[in-house]
Write a protein that binds this ligand. Sequence first.
Ligand code: SAM
Ligand code: DTB
Ligand code: SF4
Length: 370
Amino acid sequence: MSEVRHNWTKEEILEIYNKPLMELLYEAATIHRLHHDPNAVQVSTLLSIKTGGCSEDCGYCPQAARYHTDIDGNELMPVQQVKAQALRAKASGSSRVCMGASWRNVKDGPEFDEVLEMVRTINKLDMEVCCTLGMVTENQAKRLAEAGLYAYNHNLDSSEEYYKEVISTRGYQDRLDTIDNVRKTNVTVCSGGIIGMGESIEDRAGMLVALSTLSPQPESTPINALVAVEGTPLEDQQPVEIWDMVRMVATTRIVMPETQVRLSAGRTQMSQEGQAFCFFAGANSIFAGDKLLTTPNPDVNEDMKLFAKLGLNAMKPFTKKVQPKSVSAEESEYQPLGENPKWTRPEHKIARNEEAKQKAKEIRAAEKAE
Ligand code: SAM
Ligand code: DTB
Ligand code: SF4
């Protein structure tokens, strides 16, 4: 086993990222084999339990209410529907369901109680349960853990510097604090980011410094390629080249040898050969199912055909860590605290976010006038 280091510098990471590709691939694939079964890939299914209408201004996100995107927003999904979707995901080979909500942060109350019930329901199906609900307090993280949550996803998204060019309504430190709150429980941490938002290679390295110097490092790290959605401030970004994705995956694998590196958003734009390169470079997880949260994803049957061609196997649930116990609401030892934490609202201006907001206002006004 190679050691897990928590003191990577940006310079060291840049040097790895910029190596001649064949050397980078060889090194990443070697480290991958020391820490993982190279033919085992963990498969997660995303489920948007609350879509659209979000208060935040994340420049990449089609669910932000302030931009004009073609999203059908809805109320919180009923528990029974979540169960039906989870069963479908299990039947198609997924070991994990990741439930996403278009929230800035979790608020104590009936909707969070419903989410806790969803966690208990999926845990009982013997699947790994992940949630991505925005920022959480320590008490909320403990309640999720007690319900049987396996992982919490909260991405750093980019380097601290470039983050300020993408999001103005919440701070980087709040993201780190949320990850810290999750770490106070036995829930595993899933944290990664997005490439293709106009960031530099230094920013990609900066994000990997922030992730790899967490101690412990995240158990899983999604690497998303931006899905440029019409109406968002990043709608005109050109797709990332496959080589950037391969380099990012390989570098992530080298600096975080034990994490599950997840090929996340952007797979519809990748060829099968491109994805195979990413698996060789150390990716060992995917999101499966024809939809991510709101945007398309490859057909699961096509994914399974690709697995068969490459000799990859879908990992069984709880391969890496035992199934967490799930305590019923009646037996819970935690109470909602009705907290109102002071999460940061930097509210600096980001020109392209302002532009997209203005454009959305004009479109809405024109629609109203029709
Ligand atoms: N609202 C919660 C939050 O922001 O923490 C959870 C859901 S949010 C959609 C989860 C993550 O999805 C984001 O942090 C971002 O990394 C990713 N994401 C959102 N829109 C994306 C896009 N258009 N392309 C790639 N990744 C995206
Ligand atoms: C992550 O890193 N990527 C997923 C999951 N975690 C929640 C979300 C991708 C969303 C892509 C845009 C959409 O479908 O709305
Ligand atoms: Fe809201 Fe999350 Fe989208 Fe940001 S990424 S706008 S917080 S749903």
